[in-house]
Design a protein around this ligand. Structure first.
Ligand code: ADP
Length: 397
């Protein structure tokens, strides 16, 4: 069995995979679930591989569970639920691998120290990602642990895609475009050959609460919209996306906002929420849009910036063979896919409306375009499976 952990500031998500029966197959999902509300009243829910609920537990409101206690609870629950079956390894989602970690790595004390040192690059995520690694090491010493990074997939980018036009000394200090959502892009890159083996120049739109796009040439990242931080690129649920840096200077130097206030505004008060004044959630905005012009405008601006990003990324690929939509909005919002694809005739995309409405339900992925020079697809992402594959592979190295 492989355990996959994805720890956020207030939640700990897990997936448990069995080894495949034959050689060479994918790990098979056995259980998945999460403990949410770690700081405000934890709520544990576990499902089986088919999505049926197998366990639920609530702690009293106001009670808090640290990452360490949450990990301990989870390990105990897994031991009970699986009759004490042996874990082979634990794979972790870690947001930042910096410049050095271009692929998953087995964690030891030295590696953990280097990952700790990257915390200033992702202060809101990295410490949370690392705390379950320490907890597992304490409760199950000797268990192999593998860190899988959101940034690693992008380390194939050429220098000009990765570098800001700022003084070299800052680049040398590591102020570069790291890119994120790498595990999702890697999963899509691994899936595309089975769907369209001829697609060599692919743009993937990962549109969830966080959103970014990536240009892939022969399955490798050559450019992406997120940069030094996951604030850059297209607008998101609550994040602004790319902004004239002069706006920040104006707010801090002349409008009396502190750096911390600007940071909070860009991370939590902007994007779809800031534009609509209603919600960061696309489903809520769709429901609101017919009677609220601001909700409709938020969706329109979101689509516009995605279209612009696709154009820029297609330029960096010198053309486009396939466009892929993935993550919560990309997989489920047929209207957004239609709005975006409707502007992309010039790139050879002609939407098949029936296929687009159908989406990818239950499949590896589905084509949503008519036969044309370029195709568009819906591919449900699976970052947990990608981590499970990496964990297995690192163990076999
Ligand atoms: P995260 O980045 O947190 O993993 P998800 O990939 O789960 O986010 O995406 C969440 C987003 O997907 C939300 O904006 C949500 O409204 C949107 N979403 C989920 N289902 C649908 C749907 N059926 N139609 C439109 N948007 C949807």
């Amino acid at each position: 069995m492989f355990l996959v952990l994805n720890a956020g500031s207030s939640s700990l998500k897990f997936s448990l995979f069995d080894e495949p029966a034959g050689d060479g197959g994918d790990p098979v999902l056995r259980h998945r679930g999460q403990i949410e509300g770690l700081l405000t009243g934890p709520h544990f829910i576990a499902r089986d591989g088919a999505g049926a609920r197998v366990e639920e537990r609530r702690w009293p409101a106001g009670e808090a569970l640290g990452h360490e206690s949450a990990t301990q609870f989870l390990l105990d629950w897994i031991a009970g639920a699986t009759g004490g079956r042996r874990l082979l390894a634990c794979g972790h989602r870690v947001v930042h691998g910096g410049r050095d970690f271009a692929r998953p790595v087995r964690v030891d004390e030295t590696v953990l120290g280097r990952l700790d040192a990257l915390a200033p690059l992702a202060p809101l995520h990295q410490p949370h990602n690392l705390s379950p690694i320490r907890a597992v090491a304490r409760f199950m010493p000797g268990l192999a642990q593998v860190a899988c990074f959101d940034t690693a997939f992008h380390r194939t980018q050429p220098w000009e895609a990765e570098t800001f036009a700022i003084p070299r000394r800052l680049t040398d200090q590591g102020i570069i475009r790291y890119g994120f959502h790498g595990l999702s892009y890697e999963y899509v890159a691994a899936t595309m050959p089975a769907l369209d083996a001829a697609a060599r120049r692919v743009v993937v739109a990962h549109l969830g609460n966080g959103a970014s796009l990536c240009a892939m040439a022969d399955g490798s990242s050559v450019a992406t919209t997120m940069g030094f931080t996951p604030i850059d690129g297209v607008p998101m649920g609550t994040r602004s996306g790319a902004l004239d840096p002069g706006v920040i200077l104006h707010l801090v130097n002349r409008a009396g906002m502190s750096g911390a206030e600007v940071e909070h505004m860009l991370l939590y008060e902007s994007g779809l929420l800031g534009l609509s004044g209603v919600s960061s959630d696309m489903r809520a905005l769709r429901a609101e849009a017919p009677r609220n012009p601001r909700a409709a405008e938020a969706i329109r601006l979101f689509g516009y910036r995605i279209v612009q990003a696709i154009g820029a990324l297609a330029a960096s690929l010198r053309g486009l063979d396939a466009l892929v939509f993935t993550a919560g909005i990309g997989e489920n919002d047929a209207a957004l896919r239609e709005e975006v694809c409707g502007t992309l005739h010039w790139l050879g995309i002609r939407l098949d409306k029936t296929a687009n409405e159908r989406g990818a339900a239950g499949t590896l992925g589905a084509r949503i375009t008519l036969p044309a020079p370029a195709s568009a697809w819906v591919v449900p992402t699976n970052e947990e499976l990608m981590i499970a594959r990496h964990t297995r592979d690192v163990l076999a190295r």
